[in-house]
Design a binder for this molecule. Structure first.
Ligand SMILES: NC(=O)c1ccc[n+]([C@@H]2O[C@H](COP(=O)([O-])OP(=O)(O)OC[C@H]3O[C@@H](n4cnc5c(N)ncnc54)[C@H](O)[C@@H]3O)[C@@H](O)[C@H]2O)c1
Length: 365
């Protein structure tokens, strides 16, 4: 046993307790050991129970070996935010890139869209909650307060999208961020799926992104004529199914793959208007209604259809899906928010598709 074995456990105890990076330096052994254990295996539990101060000195004895340490920080690092709460994403270092900005989130009434609305509002943006579900958008706007406004829109209908752009221009003069999030899933075998379901999926997930970019892009381009250095963002919420195929879900995956083609093409064209166009490809949002709705969610559907062999409860179905993810959980709204902040802050990137999948899909080309 040596200091190389003891010091990382001691540093880990400070990291775990204070959630900031720590420098654990050797110190003069001026005091009696505060922690004394017989074997290295007992050290983690003793450290968990110990009183730690930062900065502070700590002397640790393991068997007949004893080491003294001084724990300190370089500067005053902020605690590193974790978790699914919008407050956690608002505490992210890059969150300030949306403070005071005007954003529109399509499909903002529920699911990922509502998470993005909450995250943007918590980070200090004004957000239009644009959704076909007028009641849902109005309810969320009422809950979140005066830095939100509901807009009723059908993103697959050009006149409706055009009217939304006019409403935004008349209300806030324009905007800084478009999050094209509204989307649907109509899963089904290619041998059996109704063409109407295929077309509907394509209209909402693919064609609507063209309509959104056309009409809101015009607004962003018009602003740029008198603000030649003001950069704006269009971000498409795509999917991991835009990067790899999805069995018996071709309409969805095809619409998402196509979305990436649009993102790349629009990015090339809109550079001259100071508009960056990027996609975020999230993994499955297991906490959202698509998966967790107690009546119609995919977990109950997959349980009923026996899609997961041997699963007898909703929790077992969920565990099966979580185990496919290297980071062992579904995607949170706050994970997507961090990618949004990155894409906005990063002036030197456009036309990209950023995976947020817990390692489930890795880029290969
Ligand atoms: N849920 C997931 O696991 C998951 C994973 C990866 C990507 N995504 C993508 O995230 C986006 C949101 O998915 P979700 O699961 O949160 O969806 P959801 O079904 O929970 O919510 C979608 C929202 O979009 C609205 N909407 C539907 N059609 C519309 C239309 N024509 N015009 C305006 N609004 C419309 C709905 O009213 C609803 O409020 C989609 O683009 C989806 O493909 C979802």
């Amino acid at each position: 046993m040596s200091v190389e074995q003891i010091a990382p456990l001691v540093r880990g105890a400070f990291l775990g307790r204070f959630n900031v990076p720590v420098i654990l330096a050797p110190a003069e052994p001026t005091t009696e050991a505060a922690i004394s254990v017989a074997a290295l295996d007992e050290l983690p539990a003793a450290l968990a129970a110990a009183e730690l101060t930062l900065p502070g000195d700590l002397r640790v004895a393991v068997g007949d070996e004893s080491h003294a340490f001084h724990a300190s920080t370089l500067g005053e690092p902020a605690p590193i935010p974790h978790g699914k709460d919008p407050a956690a994403s608002a505490a992210a270092a890059r969150a300030r890139v949306v403070v005071g900005k005007v954003a529109v989130v399509t499909g903002g009434a529920q699911g990922f869209g509502a998470e993005i609305v909450r995250g943007l509002v918590a980070s200090g943006a004004f957000v239009y909650i644009a959704d076909l579900n007028a009641d849902g958008a109005a309810k969320l706007a009422a809950e979140l307060g005066p830095t939100t406004a509901p807009i009723t829109v059908n993103v697959a209908d050009e006149a409706s999208v055009e009217a939304m752009a006019a409403q935004i221009a008349a209300t806030t003069g324009g905007l800084d961020l478009v999050v094209s999030n509204a989307g649907i899933v109509r899963a089904g075998s290619v041998l059996e799926q109704e063409a109407a379901d295929f077309r509907l999926t394509t209209e909402i997930n693919y064609t609507a992104f063209f309509l959104i970019t056309k009409h809101l892009g015009r607004l962003l381009a018009a602003q740029r004529r008198t603000a030649p250095d003001w950069t704006t963002d269009i971000i498409q919420i795509n999917s991991k199914s835009g990067l790899v195929g999805s069995n018996k879900n071709g309409a969805y995956a095809g619409s998402k793959f196509g979305g990436i083609g649009l993102v790349q093409s629009f990015a090339l064209e809109l550079v001259e208007h100071g508009i960056k166009v990027n996609a975020i490809c999230p993994g499955n949002f297991y906490d959202g209604p698509l998966w967790s709705d107690p009546d119609r969610g995919l977990f109950v559907q997959y349980l009923a259809s026996g899609k997961v062999p041997g699963a007898t409860t909703v929790d077992e179905v969920r565990e099966f899906y979580e185990s496919k993810v290297p980071l062992r959980r579904g995607t949170y709204g706050s994970d997507v928010m961090r990618a949004i902040y990155y894409l906005i802050e990063q002036d030197y990137e456009t036309g990209q598709a950023v995976p947020v999948t817990g390692g489930q899909v890795m880029l290969s080309s």
